[in-house]
Design a protein around this ligand. Sequence first.
Ligand SMILES: [Zn+2]
Length: 177
Amino acid sequence: MSILKVTRLGHPVLRQVTEEIAITELRSAAMQKLIDDMVETMNEYDGVGLAADQVFTCKQVAVLEVADNPRYPQKPKVPLTVLVNPKITALTDEMEEDWEGCLSIPDLRGRVPRYKSIRVQALDRDGQALDFIAENFHARVIQHEVDHLNGKVYLDRMRDLSTLTFLQEFTRYWLRS
Ligand SMILES: [Zn+2]
């Protein structure tokens, strides 16, 4: 496995809409290696999710996992999940605003509204169908990653940029509130 370079905001690939992955392609050694490398890269940089376009691959695959993560302490755990060709449907109009960061937008945080409850339909890395409901932080992470696959970043979803803050100032001024 290898740790991949992560694209930063401004690279055009982050703004491209990624392509669906055919089942034969998904099962190829190259795609399986990409998924392994994405998991390793996410763990290396303490991310809770990573989309393929963040590692220069314009395909609809994202990985996510929330364990004991120093970038997101005290968040509920989410097992390692690989989402291929994911589709999400909001199950409520209710949105919740909370902090997000992004490995492609280093050192920044901002408050982003997201649906509290979503239905997720996707394939796993073996091509098996996944269909589940995600809520709260879990739903937030998936909405963030699916946005990446559609060429969007969390800044696009902020109601305004008044909460955009560097990580050091986040810790200093916002964490305690
Ligand atoms: Zn991101």
